[in-house]
Design a binder for this molecule. Structure first.
Ligand code: C5P
Length: 403
């Protein structure tokens, strides 16, 4: 199994072209390589190959309409665009290419194209004269200028019997183009990073604790992305429901902030850097009751004592060549507060999530971040899946890592 496509989310758009039959083989190969596939067909595409064939190979129902007329179920092109790591339009007819180039959105394939934030790969398929028409060539140039990649059609015998350039590239070669797209050189191989993730639980008695809503999703996504780029990752995780499977990740489970601190202080000196993504409890009960605290009619007070600030402690022992990245979850005065944390914890940069942004922060599958640097400069990013946010953060880590 080709590991580069494993678990990749690929939307395949099929348009009305005789080459639609090749899409069946293409889907079969992508699914066999471990990719998760969703298929959107234009109404015309259904005349060339049956939805049953495609849905069976894709292992999921195909999408054609904006909604299911039977039950009103809405096919959200925005959600589809968010889900995808890649949108592959194969075969792409001259008609669809023309509409894409001009922002026309009269079917689900096209609305998804306009909403998609992921990269787009287009495999044209048409007769040689259509392909060579200046209008089509201009449209393809326009798509390239939007950042779309084109899998050039091959030359050979066409369905019309004519011979020339225009037939869709063979499925095996399109898969190769998809693999090349996903292949990332192991730019962090030989590097070792510490990542903290999840909440910490501060025990009160054998059955109760003080915790927070952190799901750990962001930290795990960062660990995964660092690992994919070849780094060895020591993931120190508070209690979460997530598992990590990448062979480069070694996970240590902890419960309390004190345990997390002990692990981090051991691991950090031997790393190239740390990403402090955990939502560490700032306080813990100053005493632990060995027996369950009984309910009484009067008030109960629990005295809290501060936990160590792990990021700040690592900041104190940070060596010149090491990197330290922090997170800030803020509700107000976001940029000023994060800039203060960056200074006080001796961080190289800090990733800010604002709880004011819809879809950002705890327990969401999406996040919206800004990266704040030591010189006060900030880079703001759009709302993205946490996996794509992790890519942006790791891109910055790659840029900032001292060799
Ligand atoms: O000061 P604040 O808790 O908002 O700072 C957040 C950053 O500091 C995060 O990177 C978090 O992982 C880290 N932190 C820590 N130990 C603490 C508190 C926060 O490592 N006790």
């Amino acid at each position: 199994m080709s590991s580069v496509l494993k678990d990749k989310h690929i939307i395949i758009g099929i348009t009305g072209s005789i080459a639609a039959y090749k899409a069946a083989i293409l889907i079969r190969l992508l699914v066999k390589s471990g990719a998760e596939v969703k298929v959107i067909m234009t109404p015309m595409a259904k005349q060339f190959i049956t939805p049953l064939t495609i849905a069976t190979l894709a292992k999921s129902p195909i999408l054609v309409d904006f909604y299911n007329p039977e039950n009103g179920d809405w096919n959200s092109h925005v959600d589809l665009g968010m889900w995808a790591d890649l949108y592959l339009i194969a075969p792409a007819s001259a008609n669809t290419i023309g509409k894409m180039a001009n922002g026309i959105a009269d079917n689900l394939l096209l609305t998804t194209y306009l909403s998609a934030k992921c990269p787009v790969l287009v495999a044209p398929a048409m007769d040689l004269d259509m392909y060579a028409h200046p209008a089509n060539l201009k449209n393809l140039e326009t798509l390239k200028s939007y950042g779309n990649r084109i899998v050039e059609p091959a030359s050979g015998e066409l369905a019309s019997g004519l011979i020339g350039k225009g037939r869709m590239e063979e499925p095996e070669n399109i898969v190769k183009a998809v693999e090349d797209f996903f292949f990332q050189p192991a730019e962090l191989s030989g590097k070792h990073f510490l990542v903290t993730a999840g909440p910490t639980f501060e025990p009160i008695d054998p059955v109760r604790f003080i915790g927070n809503w952190s799901s750990g999703k962001m930290g795990y996504a960062i660990a995964e992305e660092l690992a994919k780029r070849g780094a060895k990752v020591s993931l120190v995780s508070g209690p979460t429901n997530i598992s990590s499977t990448h062979p480069n990740i070694t996970k240590t489970d902890v419960v309390s902030a004190e345990e997390m601190y002990q692990k981090c202080i051991d691991i950090y000196p031997n790393t190239h850097g740390a990403v402090m993504c955990a939502a560490v409890a700032d306080y813990r009960p100053d005493s632990y009751s060995n027996v369950k605290i009984k309910r009484k009619s009067n008030d109960l007070s629990i005295n809290l004592t501060p936990n160590k600030d792990i990021a700040a402690e690592l900041g104190k022992i940070k060596k010149q060549e090491q990197l330290l990245v922090g997170f800030a979850l803020e509700t107000n005065d976001e940029v000023q507060n994060s800039a203060k944390k960056l200074q006080s914890k001796n961080l190289d940069f800090i990733v800010l999530n604002s709880l004011r942004d819809k879809g950002a922060g705890f327990n969401h599958d999406t996040n919206k971040i800004s990266i704040i640097f030591k010189d006060g400069k900030a880079e703001h990013f759009d709302l993205k899946s946490k996996a794509n946010v992790a890519k942006d953060i790791v891109d910055q880590i790659v840029r900032s890592t001292k060799s």
